[in-house]
Design a protein around this ligand. Structure first.
Ligand code: GDP
Ligand code: MG
Length: 773
């Protein structure tokens, strides 16, 4: 609990002091040292300050200050003792009471967050330590939420949090604000600043801002393998000393250095780390004088902020940081502070003809360059050179496009053709199982349920597992290698014409896998308008759940042009979504879009481990869906097609007379114009929950033989288009609501996709019919 929560007369043992460095130092100097006992002399509600006794001295703390001191109270200790009779963790020392003991256990629990630029390898390190399987990827913004994990090491229990990547801690993007808020409100014990060793200058910029915040920090010099390979030399120890933070070289791909990193954290927690100290990033004489002047006014305040160091507030005021302005506005002498800030800014502008915000950025870069000049020796730029050479080809203004298309074609070719073999095996196994069960079981409803409902339905979808895994392996490889960022880059121009940004292309390609993470990934698009438009068109991108339907139809109706037709389906999705983007940004979503940088990370050979792990994760998810959603849906579809049951009818007539037949007949008039009949109508309705259900329903309805469906080649093609474009699954709609914050957009998506599906399929069917007749 917190010290402020203790009542008069209670005693407790101090576990830790939170807040920024300056604050911690002051509190510790007053005697609030971990492991020491503290007694409350007087804590009256509504009375500030509170009086305490520590080390036989009487001291008073403001309530807000006491809130930042974590303690163990007697009650907590008693409760802990009863819950842990064998008292796990560290053994007791002689004459130690439970309170001190628990305090020591708690001291051995460290809250650690990973902060760094996108792509610096935060998630890789996080995964290695926590054993989690979070997604890593070679472009910005794969991690959009804080992920939590745990790690036990050398007697300590680490709570790990992987934060989204940011280049800076200004208040411009949601990620930046999120990370900053997280650090300030949650008071992590240690911040692991992950920096990319192959791009020190840009990465260290963020480090300077963390230094301003005066938080306990350790630096993970990640991608150390690349630094080694490049032949460049870095004096790691010296750089650490200059920055006042220990630096540990790590390789996120292999886990090298991770133990040392955690070992150093423990050293820090125990106060044994010698490199860790608070430094000031020197912004040059001119700026420093202004920073100090404003800081002096902030310090006048009896209660500035225990969460923020005064220096940090002062620097941020000079940068016109909105959020910090809001904090300062609440101070008693706010007006005075703002006046001083304005004067200082004016003086800066007069002197260097530059606004204070960019002056501070420049100064920070100057600081970084200075630090690197002393410690970093560049020998050659091998890696970058490679990257440049590859980029010259794959982002070429003409060749870039055919290369991209060829790669995509290759991807679908493999998905279809290589996937065919394992698919046949699974198919044979499912068939065999159905036959065996057919022999064993006596005729009746139960037998029908198991064979026609469960085995056909689930089996009809499970056979596509290999295809889906191949598709995911490709997507994963493209992301990890850095090619995805290039694809986005070459699409940038085209996307701009459509009122979008190249960055929108990455969520779109992710949509090939599954629309839901793709919609989450739109968070990386800084511009609200582009973000919303991208979100609305992602459901038009063909996710892997639609793949089984294509494969069923293509194998039956287009066996000779399989890969080509499959490729076409995906292309139709892309082309149509791009078209709709234009429509939306023109007519639906108002406002200007603003430009932003698109970074091109260097190429990296994706590790087999990462690609296969991700692919397997997806496979597992797919299997899980089989056991739950698809199973239930298959049973439901079977039941609806079985009842009301008439034994005397033939199978087809039975189905027509069943509930499902009635539902199908009800929608048939609407979809007739697309060349579709009632069975397809049923499959489409069933697919609202998840699009795999379209395939499993087809398997139940057609008894695994689609050629009996009565579909022509043309209507089969129209059916695929319908499945591609119509209502995204319910989870996708919920995702859109979540990301856009409004049901309005979720409903709009449901509406525009279904309408488009109907219009396009109708047009294709009608025109196709004209041509053929
Ligand atoms: P995040 O955006 O900071 O979470 O970075 P990720 O953990 O997603 O990693 C980005 C990319 O860099 C992935 O393709 C990783 O496989 C790769 N990567 C991570 N750490 C290392 C490393 O130490 N060396 C090399 N060569 N690649 C790495
Ligand atoms: Mg990440």
């Amino acid at each position: 609990m917190r010290l402020s929560e203790l009542r008069t007369g209670q005693t407790a043992v101090i576990v830790r002091v939170m807040g920024h460095g300056g604050f911690r130092k002051r509190i510790v100097e007053m005697g609030f040292i971990k492991g020491k006992s503290v007694e409350v002399l007087l804590n009256a509600p509504l009375h500030d300050p509170v009086k305490y006794k520590v080390m036989d001295y009487e001291v008073s703390l403001r309530r807000a200050e006491a809130e930042l001191v974590e303690v163990v109270s007697e009650e907590e200790a008693k409760e802990w003792e009863s819950l842990h009779p064998n008292q796990r963790g560290i053994p007791a020392e002689e004459h130690e009471d439970v309170m001190h003991r628990l305090a020591r256990v708690k001291e051995h629990e460290l809250n650690v967050v990973f902060v760094g630029n996108p792509n610096s390898g935060k998630t890789s390190l996080f995964n290695i330590a926590s054993g989690a399987h979070e997604r890593v990827g070679n472009y910005s913004g794969v991690t959009v939420d804080a992920k939590v994990g745990h790690f036990d090491f050398e007697g300590y229990h680490f709570n790990l949090v992987d934060l989204p990547g940011t280049y800076s801690l200004s208040a411009y993007t949601p990620e930046e604000l999120y990370v900053r808020k997280y650090i300030i409100e949650r008071h992590p014990d240690i911040i692991v600043n992950v920096i990319d060793a192959s791009n020190l200058e840009r990465n260290l910029y963020l480090t300077t801002q963390l230094i301003d915040m005066d938080v306990p920090m350790i630096i993970a010099l990640n991608m150390y393998d690349e630094l080694r390979e490049s032949g460049n030399e870095l004096d790691i120890e010296q750089l650490g000393t200059l920055l006042g933070a220990p630096i540990v070289p790590t390789v996120g791909k292999t886990g090298e250095g991770v133990h040392e990193l955690f070992h150093q954290m423990i050293e820090m927690a125990e106060g044994k780390q010698k490199t860790a100290r608070h430094i000031h990033v020197n912004h040059g004489v001119l700026l420093e004088e202004k920073i100090e002047r404003i800081e002096a006014f902030i310090r006048k305040n009896p209660e500035p902020h225990h969460n923020y160091s005064a220096r940090f507030l002062s620097i941020k005021l000079l940068e016109n940081d909105r959020q910090v302005e809001g904090i300062v506005r609440k101070l008693d002498n706010a007006q005075e502070i703002f006046n001083e800030r304005d004067v200082c800014q004016k003086e800066i502008e007069d002197e260097i003809q530059e606004d204070s915000e960019s002056a501070i950025t420049d100064a920070k870069y100057g600081f970084v360059q200075g630090a690197l000049k002393e410690t970093f020796k560049k020998v050659q730029r091998y890696k970058r050179l490679m990257t440049k050479r590859i980029d010259a080809v794959v982002t070429h203004q003409i060749w870039g496009y055919p290369i991209f298309l060829a790669l995509m074609y290759f991807m679908f070719f493999c998905t279809f053709n290589i996937g065919q073999y394992p698919m046949d095996w699974i198919d044979a196994a499912v068939g065999w199982l159905g036959e065996r069960v057919g022999e064993w079981m006596a005729d009746g409803a139960l037998k029908d349920l198991i064979i026609d409902g469960i085995i056909s339905g689930v089996g009809g979808v499970i056979v596509f597992l290999p295809n889906i895994m191949i598709l995911y392996a490709f997507i994963s490889w493209m992301e990890d290698s850095g090619y995805m960022a290039r694809a986005a880059f070459i699409m940038d121009k085209i996307m701009h014409r459509m009122g979008l940004h190249g960055k929108s292309f990455i969520p779109m390609i992710m949509g090939f896998g599954c629309n839901i993470p793709a919609i989450m990934a739109t968070r990386t698009i800084e511009d609200r308008k582009s973000r919303l438009v991208t979100m609305l068109i992602i459901p038009l991108i063909s996710c892997s759940a639609r793949l089984p339907v294509y494969i069923i139809i293509i194998s039956a109706f287009f066996p000779h042009n399989a890969a080509l037709i499959l490729f076409c389906m995906y292309l139709i999705g892309i082309v149509f979504s791009v078209f709709m983007a234009k429509v939306f940004s023109r007519f639906v979503i108002k406002g200007e879009s603003s430009p932003f940088v698109m970074e091109l990370p260097p190429y990296r050979m994706p590790s087999m481990k990462s690609v296969s792990r991700h692919t397997w994760e997806k496979g597992k998810q797919y299997l899980k869906k089989m056991g739950t959603t698809i199973l239930v849906a298959s049973i439901a579809v079977w039941a609806l097609s079985y009842f009301p049951h008439h034994e005397e009818l033939s199978e087809d007539m039975q189905m027509e007379a069943s509930y499902i037949g009635q539902i199908g007949k009800f929608v048939e008039p609407v979809i007739k114009s697309c060349g579709l009949q009632w069975k397809e109508g049923v499959a489409l309705i069933a697919g609202i929950g998840a699009k795999e259900i379209v395939a499993s329903t087809m398997a139940v309805l057609y008894h695994g033989d689609i050629t009996t469906s009565g579909m022509t080649t043309l209507s089969a093609f129209c059916f695929m288009i319908f499945v591609l474009l119509y209502f995204p699954c319910i989870p996708t709609c919920i995702g859109i609501k979540h990301e856009s914050g409004k049901w309005k957009w979720a409903c709009f998506t449901a509406f525009h996709t279904t309408l488009s599906a109907w219009i396009i399929s109708t047009i294709v069917y009608q025109i196709g019919n004209l041509i053929m007749s």
